[in-house]
Ligand binder design. Sequence first.
Ligand SMILES: CC(=O)SCCNC(=O)CCNC(=O)[C@H](O)C(C)(C)COP(=O)(O)OP(=O)(O)OC[C@H]1O[C@@H](n2cnc3c(N)ncnc32)[C@H](O)[C@@H]1OP(=O)(O)O
Ligand SMILES: CC(C)C(=O)C(=O)O
Length: 511
Amino acid sequence: MRKIEIFDTTLRDGEQSAGVNLHTHEKLEIAYQLARYGVTVMEAGYPASSPGDFDAVSQIARAVRGCTIAGLARHVQGDIDAVWGALQHAEAPRLHLFIATSPIHMRDKLRMTPDQVFETAVAMVKYGARKFPDIEWSAEDATRSDWDFLAKIVTAVIDAGATVINLPDTVGYTTPHEYGSLFRYMLDHVPNIHKAKLSAHCHDDLGMAVANSIAAIEAGVHQVEGTINGIGERAGNASIEEIAVALAIRRDFYQAETGLDLTQTVRTSRLVSKLTGMVVPPNKAVVGANAFAHESGIHQDGVLKNVLTYEIIRPEMVGLSSNALVLGKHSGRHAFRGKCEELGLHLTDDEFNQLFQNFKLLTEKKKEVTDDDILALALEASANSGRPHYELASMHVSYGTHAITTTTLAIQAADGTVLQEAATGNGSVEAIYRTIERLLNHPVDLQDYRIQSTTSGKDSLAEVYVKVGYQGMVGSGRGVDNDVLAASAKAFLDAINRIALKQEFKEVGVS
Ligand SMILES: CC(=O)SCCNC(=O)CCNC(=O)[C@H](O)C(C)(C)COP(=O)(O)OP(=O)(O)OC[C@H]1O[C@@H](n2cnc3c(N)ncnc32)[C@H](O)[C@@H]1OP(=O)(O)O
Ligand SMILES: CC(C)C(=O)C(=O)O
């Protein structure tokens, strides 16, 4: 069986999705889960891009074991030094160097001639090789590049020390047949290609990222790159879970395996969705809520007679099960601990005790507590673990169809002071946000507001995601509560807290 290595870039290219901004503790949570999923390589971030990303990559490099940790760099010495600074304690560090090779990118973006790009590539791979035994070299926009030029530069960077050659379809332009041919061409025209592994990295602008990745596997690549839920720049990246399940289901044809623990698929997908706020469409392959739902009579009839008539993927394969252990008011600490372990939560004793208390409070309001509810509570607790600047102390909203909506709201500041204010608005959420603005004595620009429920019942928890501009910075926040208005207030304050934290870091010059 051929092994296809999985290079996960959820924390780097995935985080480039518009509106996504992960905190270090959220990146760590995802990193632990990716390691549990069994990815071969995890691209933890772009250390030179910000002190926050440098810190997140460093923490992941120190904490996460069992896979290679990669960091991205331009062909710039400072970027390479930053990757080394962040990754030096990783079990297996990888430098990921990229430079564009297409005529349009070289001429109009880099403003370099092909010869200059060639020389820079060789020089920077050599520079990186002084520290890194493992260097992935990416030809950005490879699929719009001249194939002869690509073959020439790939030969040179392998000689300079590159161990993995990635030919990304940066703008999602290629098609399966063409992409496969590109890799075959490299195998035929790069004399030292056997000294490096080949990698595919696809974007989904034309909806072909997964198909193109599979075509690359057919052509002989050793590694495919992608993200959980296919999140990423513009239309996103190839979705790792789709590639992995496709290879598993069609093992008869591809004779290839990824080594991923596929039973972690849904858990990984949900965690990434919750922390990034990128909702998974119900009809999404493999992890969408409807992926295993049979609606029409003829299908239901078939499934009842033999599930395989309409179901090519068994839910158990991706970690879905009809869970026999229902958690509710009467559940004790043992059952709850077991559930937390099953959900893959990393909790200290204090965190566990706090989460158990919150769970008990929730069971007062909700008959059955689902996995998603627990995950939402745990993630909210971890988001609040960094001593927030402002916490919601109390809130009263008065609403009527023919009345002016009014909110009275109190927040507690980090020093214990409680501040109270009131304001009106066209709707309840607007009234709440105006009140908070008054309390802060500063305008807050609400740029995005999204709401979803953790489950489908009336007693489901509400999860609100917001993006705000405040004091010249942009931040996102998340809030969870039984009540949509309380969740809305919490999300708004969470975003303000995150911005305040970033400002503190900036002031003292640390990440
Ligand atoms: C295809 C991809 O996904 S590539 C990865 C994209 N990810 C990111 O951009 C991460 C977030 N980016 C950032 O934080 C910033 O852009 C930084 C820190 C990387 C650079 O910031 P700045 O120095 O302000 O530069 P800015 O982003 O405006 O422009 C990019 C510069 O890098 C140059 N550049 C782009 N790619 C490369 C490369 N591979 N090697 C060398 N230089 C490059 C550009 O030509 C431009 O140079 P110029 O300033 O001389 O015109
Ligand atoms: C940095 C490279 C691999 C990339 O993300 C792309 O080209 O899409």
